[in-house]
Write a protein that binds this ligand. Sequence first.
Ligand code: FE2
Length: 275
Amino acid sequence: MLNEQQKMSYHRDGCLVLEACFSGTEMDRLKAAAAKIVDDFDPNSSRSVFSTQDQSLSRDDYFLSSGDKVRCFFEEDAFDDKSELKQDKSLSINKIGHALHVLDPVFAAFSHSAKIKEIVQALGTRQPQIHQSMYIFKQPKIGGVIRWHQDATYFYTTPISVITLWFAVEDATIQNGCIQVKKGGGETPLKEQFTRDKNDNTALRVLENTPWPQDEEALPLEVKKGSLIVFNGLLPHFSAPNISDTSRHAYTLHITCASSAYAKENWLQAAPSKL
Ligand code: FE2
């Protein structure tokens, strides 16, 4: 379904936007499935995640053991001084991760579709395997910033092979925090590697000391609901906080090639799922 020009521009830019790739109905199905997960989620079950004691430690544990689970993560600004949710939980969740593509039937069927496999293979990932899925809410007013990074930092393989699929479940605009990328940045050397050791200590190792682009230099990818943004693991990208009144829901998949060696230092070690 991809033409030669699309393949060329992906290899040149490290990024490809496929507008109207999916129907509104398909996106609404994902949205409803995510809403159900949040509905079933007891916000008190993970309140310790944001307790004042050992905050980072407990959050890390909740995060680090989520590779093969479906878990809800709160926005940083979701709680008041007394650790109470400031607003309804449906407007307080930052994301759901990280095994929706395995454990949730709606996300599993969508993620393993022939269409997605065809796109990923056409762009050069011959033996695609899904490592991670996330449903990102980017809530109105409190949806936080995602700093500049490259996805290969979190999915290190030799050779580097991770490819990210970013599905716009809702319209993404500059105001609600759309993805912004480094123009022509698909061959930027990998700057950082996120590692996890056997004691579950994590670290961000600096591999390359060149600065990130300035935010003003970035190319904002404003896309309509149903669009798919595909980018490679070396493309620097970030997203600004959501300062608008509308959410910016997105679903993402991180896929590597089975013929590349997946680093044992990667934080996520759950068995990948063949696409
Ligand atoms: Fe990313």
